[in-house]
Write a protein that binds this ligand. Structure first.
Ligand code: SPD
Length: 351
């Protein structure tokens, strides 16, 4: 068994390592560090810039919840834009909807698609060859800003707000997404670990609330995203798609979908919007702030390197100049989980 441990480096104060029993591929692409490896527990793992994107054992959770929650909420959606998502997992789920006529996937890094097909083809399956699919290798920010097309649903399957994904968490990008939605269309994005990064959830929610009539974060539990509940976020101007009756969802799942699901059920769909009180408060405050004009997004503070252990030195027999202390981190003190910026409080939530 290999002794190489590959570390997630996104959190400033907490790192998790996964054993790489075999590194299948590792490269610095034009855009990011990409590593694909095998792990005896998780299966095949994809990490980008030190952040776990997927494992073959639990990818279905995130991919199903990113695709089916918005698509089941719509009555016979026809067109979908996936921004990012080069591994093909979200696209695979989108194409299970029989009403879909067109699915455009815009991925900045072709290596993500190529390596998915080579190292974990069970995730994209035939999605990239489906006649309804169009793959565009381009910057998602630029594509959405320039497209004249409109989609019933836009799914932003980005990584965390670092590297090439950082722009996919900004107001500029989400505002262009809104323009690229049909009337009553739905925008969803991933919003990170709700309890570890409540400011991320708050930032996107503020932006969504400044742009859309309705905003509703929802939750899934994907074990490889260590650190608790994983937030997704849902925005729309349509009232009817937010609280669709479970029976209608069940009918759509029965009649409009080809292929099995392992995590999504109509009950899970409805329950995913039931947020625990502390997360609900983060969302409610952010919606109020966004309505009142505070549209600050989340900017991730670059993770600091772990404080190095002082080198072991032989014990000095006679007094020497004092040992140097490790350099103080320039990072401000960490906020408590659940803490979020509070600002405008006057507007009423419409979510
Ligand atoms: N914290 C990791 C979030 C990763 C979101 N994107 C996953 C890509 C899988 N298609």
């Amino acid at each position: 068994m290999s002794d190489r441990w590959i570390e997630e480096t996104f959190h400033a104060d907490w790192r998790v390592s996964l054993r790489a029993s075999k590194v299948l591929h590792e490269v610095k692409t034009e855009h990011q560090h990409l590593v694909i490896f095998e792990n005896p527990t998780w299966g095949t793992v994809l990490m980008l810039d030190g952040v776990t994107q997927l494992t073959t054992s639990d990818e279905h959770v995130y991919h199903e919840m990113m695709a089916h929650v918005p698509l089941m909420a719509l009555d016979k959606p026809k067109s979908v834009l996936v921004v990012g998502g080069g591994d093909g997992g979200v696209l695979r789920e989108v194409l299970k909807h029989d009403s879909i006529e067109r699915a455009v996937l815009v991925e900045i890094d072709k290596e993500v698609i190529d390596t998915a097909l080579k190292y974990y083809p069970g995730i994209p399956q035939d999605a990239f060859n489906d006649p309804r699919t169009e793959v565009v290798i381009a910057d998602g920010l630029k594509y959405v800003a320039e497209t004249k097309e409109q989609f019933d649903c836009i799914i932003v399957d980005s990584s965390e707000p670092i590297g090439p994904s950082a722009v996919l968490h900004t107001k500029e990008f989400f505002a262009d997404c809104k323009k690229a939605l049909t009337k009553g269309g739905i925008l969803v994005t991933q919003n990170g670990l709700a309890q570890l990064f409540p400011d991320h959830l708050a930032g996107t929610t503020r932006i969504f609330a400044s742009l859309f009539k309705r905003v509703a974060p929802y939750i899934c539990h994907q074990p490889c995203y260590f650190g608790g509940m994983f937030a997704l976020n849902f925005a729309t101007d349509s009232k009817s798609v937010l609280k669709v009756d479970e029976k209608i969802l069940a009918k759509r799942a029965r009649k409009g979908v080809t292929g099995a699901m392992k995590y999504y059920t109509p009950a899970v769909h409805v329950g995913a919007f039931a947020l625990p009180a502390d997360i609900a408060r983060v969302a409610e405050e952010a919606i109020e702030a966004g309505r009142a004009g505070d549209d600050r997004g989340y900017v991730h503070e670059t993770a600091q390197p772990a404080i190095p252990k002082p080198a072991k030195k032989p014990v000095a027999k006679k007094a020497r100049s004092p040992a140097k202390k490790p350099a103080a981190s320039s990072k401000p003190p960490a906020k408590k989980p659940g803490a979020t910026r509070r600002k405008a409080k006057s507007a009423k939530s419409e979510s």
